[in-house]
Write a protein of this length. Structure first.
Length: 545
């Protein structure tokens, strides 16, 4: 236990040290605290209100409210459980600063070290918030008697410990068992696709079947199965206590305990295996020719374009930018069963989200920026080189996505093709504007990213900044596209859809102008902050070691 307490103290010491060095991390930490408090207050208030409405003998349209609440708690809890694990793997990863290999020289036993790392996961802001929220959910059961409330209080930490244990196991397996970059890239992309699919499952089901056709019996049977899995067992415990099924409650507790033990032992095995495979030589793949350098312009900006395109296609952390439009198109097509016009949102949403990696592009490049500074590459050349690749490929991509969205809509309805055409072409202008905004933001608002060798690891402090800073360029893109938005509103009010096509050239000019201003301003900012940028990237590189 002494080792575990030292690891927890080390976690918070590193957090405070990093906050003292970065004002943006401090702002992100404060925002995270505010969001955590809002979640705690919101869940507490909601649990109190639900507890006032639900009782053991009440019913809703002839159906027992207890049965409804049991189904909702188990299915909803399992859904939240899975989403938490996927988010942890996709965004936050396994903290590289407190990874097991950092403690090798101290001779700590694997059992003590693994126990300390697991407890440290419970003692961060997300872990403390999750525990508080889980305890407050017990307010729902206050009218069901003292035994039910006590069991719900016991089930709260059980659920959180299970989430942390499974999350650490999955992240350790992803980092240890998948050694090649290709396998890690494929898994990284698959995880993001699964997250998007799971997050949109409720909307897809409702829009596909209609809420009237959905029956409670389907979900009740599903919840009975989930109650015997590690994902839903903790949420079923209070209802076992309420109905007096203490034997079933004991079996569920044993399921949770066995899950913790298996996760703990498997994590220790993965820790030892990582030591054995550390430093293993990676297979070298030779390629012929000079690739994209052969057909890019023979200039400094052309070389930057070729290098950026080469890295973009090989970096799984940024490769999702190429899949994002297809994902949005598929999701909105599935969800447009009752409202066909929803598919027009696919190109607009793609234009907003595709530039999230580029808004932190220098951090993804890492110490490659040092080479630019040493060779005297001007900021304007760097910005032009990156913007050339993004603008050309992205504009063509957005046109294709817009054309497919029009085809999908025409097959279903075809009544408002003018609106769809305007949305598709305005999305191109919005995309170009987002590129310009990203070229400015990437020189000013940088935050740590996972190492290319370990895309499932997370530098200390990354979670705080990544939850706050990416929204700055998205908000800025919306602001710089205000002239286009005002034009669309005025045309819609004065002439309906008759002259709505006028918004298309306005959006394209708006996007091109913002792109040009972003490249020029970003180049000047880069020239002025070169040394600061290199120092920041060097600090990020140290966090990844």
């Amino acid at each position: 236990m002494r080792i575990a307490m030292l690891v927890i103290r080390l976690r918070w010491s590193l957090t405070w040290a990093y906050l003292r060095k970065s004002s943006w991390q401090t702002i992100g930490f404060i925002v995270g605290i505010v969001v955590a408090l809002a979640c705690i207050v919101g869940v507490g208030r909601g649990a109190w209100e639900i507890g006032s409405l639900v009782s053991e003998h009440s019913d809703v349209n002839g159906v027992s409210s207890l049965l409804i609440m049991n189904t909702v708690m188990v299915v909803g809890g399992t859904f939240a459980f899975l989403m938490t694990i996927i988010l942890q793997l996709m965004l936050f990863g396994q903290g590289s600063t407190l990874s097991a290999d950092r403690f090798e020289i101290f001779g700590i036993r694997d059992r003590d070290l693994q126990f300390g790392l697991t407890l440290s996961g419970l003692c961060g802001v997300p872990g403390i918030t999750s525990l508080a929220v889980a305890f407050l959910i017990s307010l729902i059961y206050r009218s069901f008697g003292l035994p039910t409330v006590v069991v719900s209080l016991i089930a709260a930490p059980c659920a959180v410990i299970t989430i942390v244990s499974l999350s650490r196991l999955i992240m350790s397996a992803a980092s240890t068992l998948l050694q090649s970059k290709r396998s890690q890239s494929m898994l990284y992309i698959a995880i993001i696709l699964i997250f998007i699919l799971v997050a949109n499952t409720p909307n897809i089901v409702i829009n596909s079947f209609g809420i009237q056709k959905l029956q409670l019996g389907w979900f009740t049977g599903f919840s009975n199965v989930l109650g015997w899995t590690p994902f839903g067992a903790a949420f079923q415990l209070p209802f076992d206590a309420l109905t007096g099924n203490w034997l079933m409650a004991l079996v569920r507790v044993l399921i949770l305990f066995l899950t913790w033990c298996l996760c703990f032992m498997a994590s220790m095995w993965l820790m030892r295996r990582e030591r054995m495979v550390a430093g293993a030589a990676e297979k070298v793949v030779l390629s012929k020719g000079i690739g994209s350098f052969s057909w890019m312009p023979d200039s400094v900006s052309g070389a930057v374009s070729a290098r950026y395109l080469t890295y973009l296609l090989r970096d799984p952390r940024q490769a999702m930018v190429l899949l994002m439009p297809v994902i949005f198109l598929g999701l909105f097509s599935l969800q447009s069963g009752t409202l066909s016009e929803m598919v027009f949102a696919a190109p607009l949403m793609s234009a907003m989200f595709m530039m999230m990696p580029e808004s932190n592009g220098l951090a993804y490049d890492g110490m490659g920026m040092t080479m630019h500074v040493q060779m005297g590459v001007r900021g304007i050349d760097d910005r032009i080189g990156r913007a050339r690749v993004l603008a050309v490929l992205g504009a063509i991509y957005m046109l294709l996505i817009g054309a497919v969205s029009l085809v999908v809509y025409n097959l279903r309805d075809g009544q408002y093709m003018m609106i769809g055409t305007v949305c598709a072409l305005c999305a191109v202008g919005m995309y170009l504007a987002s590129v310009g905004v990203a070229e400015v933001c990437s020189c000013m608002f940088m935050y740590p990213v996972a190492s290319l060798k370990k895309p499932f690891s997370s530098p200390q402090g990354r979670a705080l900044s990544q939850g706050f800073l990416p929204f700055i360029p998205m908000l800025a893109t919306g602001l710089v596209m205000t002239p286009t938005a005002v034009t669309i509103i005025v045309l819609a009010v004065l002439s309906g859809m008759g002259f709505l096509w006028i918004a298309i050239p306005v959006a394209l000019v708006n996007g091109l102008l913002v792109l040009w201003l972003g490249v020029v301003l970003g180049g000047r900012i880069m020239d002025a902050r070169q040394l600061k940028i290199v120092a920041t990237l060097n600090h990020f590189a140290q966090l990844q070691r």
